[in-house]
Ligand binder design. Sequence first.
Ligand code: C2E
Ligand code: MG
Ligand code: MG
Length: 603
Amino acid sequence: MISLHTWAARDLDDGLVAVMNDVGSQIGEFVERKRAEVALQESEKRMRSVLDNVSDGLATIDQTGVIDSANPAVVKLFGYAEQELIGQQADILIATTHRSAFDNYLQRRLKLDIPVSGAHETMGKRKNGSLFPLEFVVSSMQVGARHLFIATLRDISERKAHTDALEYQALHDALTGLPNRSLFGDRLRQALLAARRNQKMFGVLLLDLDRFKDINDALGHDRGDSLLQEVTARLRGVLRATDTVARLGGDEFAVLTTDAKHPEDVVASARKILASLEGPFAIADQMVETGASIGIAMYPVHGDDPSTLLRRADVAMYVAKRSGGGYALYQPEQEAQTLRRSGLAGELRRAIPQGELVLHYQPQITLASGAIHSVEALVRWNHPREGLMPPDRFIPMAEETGIIHPLTAWVIDAALSQLCKWVADGLDVSVSLNVSPRNIEDHSLEEMVARALGNFKVEPNRLTLEITEGVAMAAAAAKALHRLHEMGVRLALDDFGTGYSSLLYLMRLPVNEIKIDRSFVAALASDPDSGAIVRSAVGLGHNLGLRVVAEGLQDRIAEAVLVEAGCDAAQGFLVGRPADEAEITALLMQQAGLAKEKLTESI
Ligand code: C2E
Ligand code: MG
Ligand code: MG
């Protein structure tokens, strides 16, 4: 509202009204303009503060690709002052090698012929010349009559490092850093394509460590892991840079040798690997020995696709393992054997209810008197086609497939039922039987034993369970063994001297007996070191109040050493081979009869 004042009173004439109208509207326009200007300034200020404070680099570009403005983030990102950037072509921010792709992208954007969404990944270049991964998004904006383009620029080093790390993780084994199965598969496919193109050959080696499961059970998983890392280092040390070595899982490794000219070259690699694993490994404070079995399949003779090559290398590896380590080249007839083996697991499951398992018993004598006081039950499989199979041929498979549970249950029942008969016939004898680590792990052993002891009503101390160090070191062992001990069952440490366990730990277990492994006993006649080992094992056992039994006694010299060392008992071919129920019963009867005769004679 505007009011005009005069000293003299006057009428409003038309001229005056027109002037006033004019002045009024001019003032009105001025006020409006001022208000709009302030609003614009304020919005620019606001805009500016937004641009100054966003962490993304923002730059405006005109239709010819020239930089119009840049916010502080751009300045910080690229190290140029804002003034150095204004008026420059936007591609000075891009690495030279990436410029043509970038210009191409920008041109299409500036012509508005592609939708505005979508980022362009490229290499950014700072003023100091250093490069970094850059993401670039251009969107268009109409400002008055002008068409402006806003470029958003972002340093994606971190994101890239993260996705690279994820990609690396997906393709590598975390423990050893080696390529994993999936990356090995890729490399194998690449090798195949290259070999087909160039008419070359190559080899696939599958490697499995010997006794790794035992070592792992005995030393614990941490040390098992360390061993795998040490093995990896040795493999890397002997292989060429062009070979790929991968960890497929567990203790299984694979090697791809692509620059072999001859099958012999691949075999030479296998030999080098085996030699590299020969020396002991220092794991924490222990020396651990391992070896490996290697199966080899060659392209093109053994297969020309990845899965055939891997399968055949696996067949060959199994053959190498069966023959006690070393390497084996794939041979077609081997495949039939492994197929038979996989069929065998199903047969074994049926064999138990069909009564195909039998127990043989091997006598154990007290060295001082020569009398049999105990027998060890050893399982055999009376296979309809293959004949009598020794346990080494099916126990590992039973352990792998879980059949070991019904198998052990059967052994416990059969041995206790036999023992029950013997005792009923007046024979004073005990029975020992072997249990597998798998039986301890699933907590079923105590139950099986308790049930059988109840069923057959034999004194629990006539039963000895033989456990290997692998069993004793299983995580669940201590509890289970204490419970068995409380039931009155005796426990023996089998194959003593071959494991890697901490002796201190073993000695805290409620063990009654140790059985010195037959490898030491067999060597007594020829190797003085074995004598020392056996003597110290006997001494150690006795100091701990344990009974000491020697396994695998085969000759008189060894017997003399054992007697002299004070060993309590012995078992072995010299004393008697494992024999079937009838034979062993006759032997026990004969011994009892002789004892009776002696008794009547002396009366
Ligand atoms: P082990 O418990 O150490 O049993 C002794 C093995 O040594 C038996 O082999 C026996 O025949 C053999 N042996 C005995 N005396 C001599 C000798 O003087 N010289 C030689 N060279 N060998 C001798 P077998 O019956 O083939 O059993 C092998 C292994 O299979 C056993 O070793 C045991 O670990 C396992 N095993 C046997 N029966 C069972 C079973 O019922 N359950 C489980 N889990 N394992 C069993
Ligand atoms: Mg045994
Ligand atoms: Mg043994």
